[in-house]
Design a protein around this ligand. Structure first.
Ligand code: ZN
Length: 86
């Protein structure tokens, strides 16, 4: 297809948190069609937040299981004492 090779500068931002991702991005051309591509690494701030959210969700699930099962029960292979989780 006919084309022009024009230099274009642009900025990259995380669509979720708005962090600038220019330093975690690079451009290239596709091997098969030689079309311009942008490769962006995952946003580190969002990855950290997702890990924190997952850890908090897991803690909350365990709290609920312990609250429902009572003291001294085995949950997910661990012997849990409700009195130790307070
Ligand atoms: Zn982000």
């Amino acid at each position: 297809m006919p084309s022009f090779d024009i230099g274009v500068e642009f900025e990259v931002f995380c669509g979720k948190c708005g962090s600038g991702l220019c330093l975690q991005s690079h451009t290239r051309y596709s091997r098969t069609r030689s079309l311009p591509q942008v490769v962006v690494d995952p946003c580190s701030a969002c990855l950290e937040n997702a890990a924190d959210d997952a850890a908090e969700k897991a803690r909350e699930e365990l709290r609920q299981e312990i609250a429902q099962e009572g003291d001294g029960v085995e949950i997910r292979g661990l012997r849990c004492a409700k009195s130790l989780m307070a």
